[in-house]
Design a protein around this ligand. Structure first.
Ligand code: UD1
Length: 358
């Protein structure tokens, strides 16, 4: 069997690494070719992750880089097509909901190549989010839909997707986290940054709805106020960094640091007192780790993180950041349990399905 894995962004690497590992060990004589689209290209956003996750060096680098959505998608399609012609895969595996995902699905389906979509069926029901458009297209045109939570079944059914395409396998991002838990627990990133474990708020923000407009300045003001109540550490995504520089704002009390490698980031996450984010993956990782998470968005495509008791939707409203210390005090040490099949074995279940269909 010949498989091509298409990845392009930081979270893609995390979601795909265990799938590549499981399929390589189940199909040792198969061809397993990795295509890196280059949507993320900074060393801290890309190579560091691949190295830490033990992903083999990509076989094909498309070097697509940044640009408008149309440009990024079109460039990926144009550069991926000859790779797929050369590789002649029986299956293309794509994770997540980024522009690389959209481009890979469209390219493969137009060449008549079946696609397996990892992390299928998530819906925010907000079509202004670029990722929502990418998710809907990816699920409509992929053959095998691997879902990580039960609510995805209803979302896909409502779009008329046949049951036999849907496979509830669990969360491959959590496979990676669980596999590396022994290692990141040793890192002690908080103490290296001079922070007391359990005492600080960890911030990540990168979505256009928040960082590309006036809400960013208000958010920085609120974070500075939060920093007077608890230490605040903020590894800044390159997109956000660029927007913050154009703001020319002061950041009193905020510890702004470069994006972290995966092990360093998980170490900081696992020891945080609270997390404030607009990321999808971090809502999931905090749920697995039992860390209180506050999501600065109006909606989430991951409601299972809310029912699990760890995640709170603040709304797309920087003023709500002021309520975090009181919410933490009221919450206490509420116990939480990871959702079903977030158990470190999702990729093996994906491999079972792929091998059975081979
Ligand atoms: C993308 C995904 C988002 C995902 C996020 C994970 C889409 C539509 N968005 O958002 O769903 O949550 O990745 O991080 O696919 N940049 C760099 N170096 C890099 C990468 C980006 O400097 O290695 C800067 C560039 O200025 C670029 C901007 O960040 O223009 C945005 O990058 P882009 O890949 O377009 O989207 P993300 O915001 O990273």
């Amino acid at each position: 069997m010949r498989i091509v894995y298409v990845v392009g962004t930081r979270p893609n690497f995390v979601k795909t690494a265990p799938v590549i590992g499981a399929l390589r060990s189940r199909l040792p004589d198969g061809r397993h070719a990795i295509v890196h689209t280059g949507q993320h290209y900074d060393r801290l956003m890309s190579e560091v992750f691949l190295e830490e996750l033990g992903v083999p060096a990509p076989d094909h680098m498309l070097e697509v880089g940044s640009g408008s959505h149309a440009l990024q998608t079109a460039r990926t399609m144009e550069r991926l097509e000859p790779v797929l012609l050369e590789e002649r895969p029986d299956l293309v595996v794509v994770p997540g909901d980024v522009n690389s995902t959209l481009a890979a699905v469209l390219t493969a389906v137009k060449m008549g190549i079946p696609v397996a979509h990892v992390e299928s069926g998530l819906r925010s029901f907000d079509l202004t989010m670029p990722e929502e458009v990418n998710r809907i297209v990816a699920d409509r045109f992929s053959r095998d839909l691997f879902i990580h939570s039960e609510e995805a079944i209803g979302n896909l059914r409502a779009e008329g997707i046949a049951e036999e395409r849907i496979h509830f396998v669990g969360n491959t991002m959590i496979d990676t986290l669980a596999a590396l838990e022994g290692r990141f627990r040793e890192v002690g990133m908080a103490r290296r940054l001079g922070l007391e474990p359990g005492s600080y708020a960890l911030i990540t923000l990168h979505r256009p709805a928040l960082v590309d407009g006036p809400l960013l300045a208000e958010t920085v003001t609120q974070l500075a106020a939060l920093a007077s109540e608890m230490p605040v550490v903020f590894p800044v995504h390159p997109r956000t960094r660029k927007m913050m520089e154009s703001l020319d704002a002061e950041h009193p009390g905020l510890s702004l640091i470069d994006p972290l490698g995966y092990l360093d980031f998980l170490s900081l996450l696992a020891e945080a007192g609270a997390v404030l984010t607009d990321s999808g993956g971090i809502q999931e990782e905090t749920t697995y780790l039992g860390i209180p998470c506050f999501t600065l968005r109006d909606n989430t495509e991951r409601p299972v993180t809310i029912s699990a008791g760890t995640n709170t939707l603040l709304g797309l409203d920087p003023a709500a950041i002021a309520g975090i210390p009181a919410a933490l005090a009221a919450r206490g040490d509420a116990p939480s349990e990871p959702p079903p099949l977030w158990d470190g074995h999702a990729a093996e279940r994906i491999a079972d399905v792929v091998v059975a269909g081979a």
